[in-house]
Design a protein around this ligand. Sequence first.
Ligand code: HEM
Length: 414
Amino acid sequence: MAAAETSSKSLFSLDSYHVSEELGFILPDPLEKLPLYYQPWMDIALRVPELVHSQELRTLINKMPLLSSQFLQKHKELRLAHLALSTMAMGYVWQGGESDTIEILPKSLAVPFWEVSQRLGLPPILTHADAALANWKKKDPEGNLELLLSLPGGDSVQGFFLVTMLVELAAVPALRNIPVVISGVRCADSEAVARALETISQSLQDMTDTLKLMHVYVEPSVFYGIMRIYLSGWKDNPSMPKGLVYEGVNTEPMEYSGGSAAQSSLLHCFDELLGIKHEEKSGAFLTRMRNYMPPAHKQLIQDISLQPSLKSFVQQQDNEPLNQAFQHCVAKLLALRNYHINVVSRFITVPAARARQLRDKNQTSEGEMISRAPTALEERGTGGSGIMIFLKTVRDHTRDAFLPDTSKEKEHNS
Ligand code: HEM
């Protein structure tokens, strides 16, 4: 595995962490099909939105044969199997909304889901690594993209996961420059470090610009009223207080957080590179989210954290272009987090307020899908965090990474 091959002195290569030079953390060319033996899974997984709508999904999964996972061999087969099983699991658990949840995931789904998860080092629930990183194919020769598997919510689901993937793509130049920064610090090459940091800043700006596409491709009322519950987990979720029993795996219920881009490895890498230290509670949540990442990506974050401190290097060099490049990076990361807070407000806080208003007035008319949104999630993200306090605390600790004296000026420039 990556860690064993990378001592803190050796050349830092992204490849050894299963990070692609072209696509970063995105899985290159995911498989679209599993071996024929697994057709019973794919037949259901490809129809989850429609089967949830007709309320048939649970019945079909209950009748599904128990298949052995041993014929899945390659990494990409395992990733597609995890995506298919997790899509089915989210549909199964949430088919009846928050008032009709289940306590047991049936054996035919739970056992292979558990085995595939163990082999990948991922939890047995839908993660960012499934839905956003390994869930795409080219729709046409022009390179337009579409999802392999979907959840209820129509075009907004497609928009949500593909825009998230495009944000990952916009970060690739930044990822490629992390090893450049690290080796520049090791050999005290201020110019190389400054240049690499400027590229990282530009890439962070591109991530923010790409995040703006969420407003174009995702309808807030659909996100809030329909999609969000299918991304929710069974940890810190009042509608599933006991967690979920994976039948045939464990007789005790287990708890897992839902899918969230807090499980994307990107910002974890930038935080470690720039030396951003999070407050205890939000830091603990973010650290826990690392267990929802492919292990090689988690290892990359860990290994970046073990490198000599970039910030101390910048302070020791006392070189103006280098200082500025570092400040730009922090400013752009801060701007990305600020923009993300706006997105969350538009997609969660505002519809949640509207849903409360409608409930208070007892106006739960058919057309108002947000009023049917699960109440248990109003104050929480799908990952289970108390949203705004968490996001603002993380944002405020990003600001602490500025070099002394110039923080206000730099923030205005961001
Ligand atoms: C409609 C779009 C989005 C919404 C509503 C949203 C919502 C949230 C929420 C509620 C959290 C709190 C953690 C949780 O409980 O899940 C969160 C965290 C986070 N989200 Fe998003 N998110 C969106 C898109 C994205 C995208 C596209 C990215 C980038 C890949 C992203 C990156 C993050 C990160 C990195 C965190 C952890 C906090 C941090 O490090 O600042 N989000 N998001």
